[in-house]
Design a protein around this ligand. Structure first.
Ligand code: AMP
Length: 540
């Protein structure tokens, strides 16, 4: 007699069935799936056009059993969403590429992942002439003319035979120099992330819309698009060319009744400069979710003041582990304690560990020892394409990832981020942890964010520079340096201070550290903290 499958086996949908259930929910939905400067795209249109495109690709340039990755070329355009779903349901790993990417790098990316096609989902189509020799190029029409096919049931996504460990998407790490690093995330990883969204954002069922602030080549955008897709909400796409026009954007966010705001701390800092960025102007905006960079107390204080009763969630994680692996609601108590803000509790199915000598402290209120954070579990992705050495170092075994981040876990399981392990340097023989100094500078009153770097002379590290956002004049800088000198040994107090420079963000909308250093070179306010023996240990 054959054993009957148990209940669990019978009813557990496969990852492919899960995706299809979400996709099928779009079919009859007339509400907008995304709103962009030029109009909107309904869920039903998204469904129909993605299914058509998938059909065209499967019977055209991507015909055959092999399923190569597909580059999607586009910024904040509704066609990106069409391309996304065509690839996702077709089993072709999608690779987002921003139109700003230099051609040489796009070619490197296409070769590195063995791309089968490049889908143009943007009005900027210049890439075609420069890549058509390497991959098939497919234009997605702006209007519904991409296929010439009348939608019929043949286009309904049939089973593509996707396995849980097949690659769903590949993100190429930021930076324009060096070998591109392709980070692969599987369908199983993606489903696990989607499941977490339900736990993390239970209030989503009540929402009217979500922000579309993050570029698609940065995986934090998955918080926005997947929350929208799970609840059939519109995404209000923010074209980064408009980032300087916060008033216009605030109006759009208000009109679209955006309830969830996702961004890096750097993006919200631009909005907080605008006095109209308030709960009065944006009554629907109730939840703010951050990822990607240290969230500062100054930002949260301003949000609590301007959006009374709002929810602020801090999340943390590397792309290698599917967007984020921890999350926590920031409270008034976090703002008043002496620690930096926590990054959160590990998400279900994921375990964080850190290798510190001992878990000391904590009980008497002092910090436990920090160690390198390792991540284990369902969020850990497949790793890098064709980089065996990097793979072996960062993924010592499948399902385990070494982050290169320093952190510690408090007694209650809450994690704190201390910085990158590779930011340790020696200045005149003294070991200096730049992240640690940066953290102290950032915690000074009036400082919004800070970058600390090494000042070198004749190729030798000699002292520290501090570049600070917030303070405006040399007198402010002097006060900060003097304040810091009361907290840190003199050799850790930066000698050169800069403020009042133009701030630039990188492709992932994080503070661009290199740009900060360049811009600060031309800064309008500087201060040299004389009298401190930089690089000379205390007492020498
Ligand atoms: P990326 O893979 O580009 O998302 O970068 C991941 C890295 O960003 C992490 O390894 C951390 O160094 C940093 N990071 C991400 N989230 C946070 C956070 N909430 N606080 C501090 N650093 C963060």
């Amino acid at each position: 007699m054959t054993a009957l499958p148990n209940r669990h086996e019978t009813f557990q949908p496969t990852v492919e069935e899960r995706l299809h259930a979400i996709f099928e929910s779009f079919a009859g939905e007339t509400a907008a799936s995304c709103r962009y400067a030029g109009g909107e795209l309904s869920y039903a249109e998204l469904y129909r056009r993605a299914a058509n495109l998938r059909h065209d690709l499967a019977s055209g340039p991507l015909a055959g059993p092999e399923r190569p990755p597909v580059l999607i070329w586009g910024h904040k355009d509704h066609r990106y969403m069409i391309a996304y779903w065509a690839c996702l349901t077709g089993g072709w790993a999608l690779v987002p590429v921003e139109p700003e990417t230099p051609v040489e790098r796009v070619r490197q990316i296409a070769s590195a992942c063995g791309a089968g096609a490049l889908l143009i989902a943007d009005t900027d189509t210049r890439i075609e002439a420069q890549i058509a020799d390497l991959v098939s190029v497919v234009h997605i029409g702006c209007e519904d003319d991409c296929t010439g096919l009348a939608f019929d049931t043949a286009c309904r996504a049939p089973n593509a035979g996707i396995n849980p460990h097949d690659v769903a998407y590949i993100m190429f790490s930021s930076g324009t120099l060096g070998q591109p690093k392709g980070i692969q995330v599987s369908y199983a990883n993606l489903i696990d992330f989607i499941d977490w969204l339900d736990v993390l954002l239970p209030e989503a069922a009540m929402w009217q819309g979500v922000s579309g602030n993050i570029r698609y080549c940065f995986d934090v955008s998955l918080f926005e698009i997947w929350t929208a897709w799970l609840h059939l909400l519109p995404v209000t796409a923010l074209d980064h060319a408009d980032l300087a026009n916060s008033s216009g954007l605030i109006q759009r966010v208000a009109a679209d009744r955006v309830s969830l705001w996702v961004s890096t701390p750097s993006i919200i800092r631009l909005f907080l400069k605008n006095p109209r960025f308030t709960g009065e102007a944006l009554p629907d905006c109730r939840t703010f979710l951050f990822c990607g960079e240290p969230l500062t107390k100054m930002i949260v204080r301003q949000l609590f003041e301007r959006f009374p009763g709002c929810r602020v969630v801090n999340t943390y994680g590397p792309t290698e582990c599917t967007v984020a692996v921890t999350g926590v609601d920031i409270t008034e108590a976090h703002l008043t304690d002496t620690h930096e803000l926590p990054i959160g509790y590990a998400r279900p199915g994921t375990v964080l560990e850190h290798f510190a000598q001992a878990e000391a402290g904590a009980e008497d209120g002092s910090e436990p020892l920090a160690g390198e954070i390792y991540i284990r579990g369902l969020s850990v992705g497949n790793g890098y394409i064709n980089l065996p050495e990097k793979q072996a170092t960062a993924f010592p075994k499948p399902g385990l990832y070494r982050t290169g981040d320093w952190g510690y876990r408090a007694k209650d399981g809450l994690w704190y981020f201390k910085g990158r392990i590779d930011r340790e340097t020696k200045i005149q023989g003294v070991r200096v942890d730049l992240d640690d100094v940066e953290k102290h500078v950032r915690s000074l009153e009036g400082v919004d964010d800070a970058v600390v770097s090494v000042y070198s002379l004749d190729g030798q590290p000699r002292a520290l520079n501090a570049f600070v956002l917030g303070p405006r004049g040399a007198a402010d800088l002097r006060a900060l340096a003097e304040r810091l000198a009361t907290e840190l040994p003199s050799y850790l107090v930066p000698r050169f201070w800069y403020a009042n420079f133009e701030v630039k963000l990188n492709n992932n909308s994080k503070l661009d550290r290199k740009e900060v250093i360049t811009a600060a070179g031309k800064a309008r306010a500087r201060y040299v903290h004389s009298g401190l023996g930089v690089g000379v240990p205390h007492g020498h």
